[in-house]
Design a protein around this ligand. Structure first.
Ligand code: S3P
Length: 429
């Protein structure tokens, strides 16, 4: 098990790019594979999660070439996938497992999906239940809630589904099944979750239509291969946004970041806390808005976070907790129960780790309260196998009075290969 130790920083300065967006990279492989003709992908994230998706589609007969810069996917149309000869391993990636389950429910073959010990413990009933209503036939452990999942491909029929959770994975799994279903498939959600599937499916020529509170897709329409440029991942930029905010005398330019409004909760939250962040050179790439982010150190104050802001910042809460620990006053996070079923229970993990760093934290069922302080204490903490917990605690170490050691950091490679090296490049001590 690898550990990393981080020393306090004096400043963070320079100009960086971060790897491509994880959600968009997954979708580029999936949609490119079932489109007709070639899809090229620039800026693809070569993290372990996305490579799990890539390998799954190769195992279903799709040719995918990678010259190190551009990925070329030889799409075979809606019914071009072939039965995989072995179990498909999604590793740590919930997006791979949930979206691929939706896609495989309507195939004319049998398949089995598994993942690592963390993924095998995450809830899958949330996708299996609606897919079953469409006519899908999916078996799993724990009464059908946990992987490994066995999928017997079936003819599907469109449904109108109201999801209890605002989850892009649930929404996307149903939309992918909807491409194969008869009639129309409609998904409503309590708050809008990330809409990359809707945007990219339209880009590929699917009959997708969004309306207040939901989205619908018509089944049976073939997709056409496209050129995709993946923007930098705002969820990866978030670690640097917080780092440059909490370390004094910092100024950092982060180029080419996706600023899809369903993902920019982190910007709204940090700016509401008093952070100094500017969006420069706004532009568009493959139907997604992009900008350069200029961040300078700032004095933060505690705020209340809940409601529809939560899905817009869902992956950023671990690092938001770090920002809150160094803010003046109290930060309250609520309506964030979903954090308990991420790669780990992120409420419990961050509460325990911040307490080790000397912070006053009260854990609640759907969030936590954090009382900010001037400086954290050096400590030894555990990532619990969760990449975002590992990176957040390394960022915390930049503003501690002594070294912070994070155990079990291999998981960082799932979403952000090269994170520690990039951070060291811009830190001055
Ligand atoms: C993702 C959706 C979110 C997010 C995950 C990626 C996606 O999960 O946490 O990292 O690519 O659709 P939920 O749909 O479970 O909220």
């Amino acid at each position: 098990m690898l550990s990393l130790t981080i020393q306090p920083a004096r400043s963070i300065r320079g100009e960086i790019t971060v790897p491509g967006d994880k959600s968009i990279s997954h979708r580029a492989i999936m949609f490119g594979s079932i489109a007709q003709g070639v899809t090229t992908v620039r800026g693809f994230l070569r993290g372990e999660d996305n490579l799990a998706t890539l390998n799954a589609f190769r195992a279903m007969g799709i040719g995918i070439e990678d010259d190190g810069e551009i990925l070329r996917i030889g799409g075979k149309g809606l019914h071009g996938l072939t039965e995989p000869a072995d179990v498909l391993d999604c590793g740590n990636s919930g997006t791979s497992m949930r979206l691929i389950t939706g896609l495989l429910a309507g195939q004319r073959f049998f398949s089995v999906l598994t993942g690592d010990r963390y993924l095998r413990n995450r809830p899958m009933g949330r996708v299996i239940e609606p897919l079953s209503r469409m006519g899908g036939c999916i078996y799993g452990r724990a009464g059908g809630d946990k992987a490994p999942l066995a999928i017997v491909g079936k003819e599907l029929a469109g449904i109108a589904y109201s999801s209890k959770v605002a989850s892009a994975q649930v929404k996307s799994a149903i939309l992918l099944a909807g491409l194969y279903a008869s009639g129309e498939t409609e998904v409503r959600e309590p708050h809008l979750s990330r809409d990359h599937s809707e945007r990219m499916l339209s880009h590929f020529g699917a009959a997708v239509e969004t309306f207040g509170g939901g989205v619908r897709v018509a089944g049976g329409r073939e997709l056409t291969g496209r050129e995709i440029t993946v923007p930098g991942d705002i969820s990866s930029a978030a670690f640097f946004l917080v780092a440059a905010t909490i370390v004094p005398a910092s100024e950092l330019l982060i180029r080419g970041i996706g600023i899809n409004p369903t993902r920019t909760g982190i910007l709204d939250i940090l700016i509401a806390m008093g952070a100094d962040i500017e969006l420069l050179d706004r532009r568009e790439a493959s139907g997604e808005p992009v900008a350069d982010l200029l961040v300078r150190s700032g004095r933060l104050k505690g705020i209340e976070i809940g409601g529809d802001l939560v899905p817009r910042a869902i992956d950023e809460f671990p690092v938001i907790c770090v920002a809150a620990s160094l803010a003046e006053g109290r930060t309250v996070i609520r309506d964030a129960r979903e954090l308990r079923v991420k790669e780990t229970d992120r409420i419990a993990a961050m509460a325990a780790n911040l307490v080790s760093a000397g912070v006053e934290v009260v854990e609640t069922e759907d969030g936590m309260e954090i009382i900010g302080c001037e400086r954290l204490q050096g400590c030894v903490v555990d990532s619990r196998g969760d990449h975002r917990i590992a990176m957040s605690m390394l960022v915390a170490g930049l503003r501690a009075s002594g070294p912070v050691t994070v155990n079990d950091v291999e998981c960082i490679a799932t979403s952000f290969p090269g994170f520690a090296e990039l951070l060291e490049k811009v830190v001055a001590r």
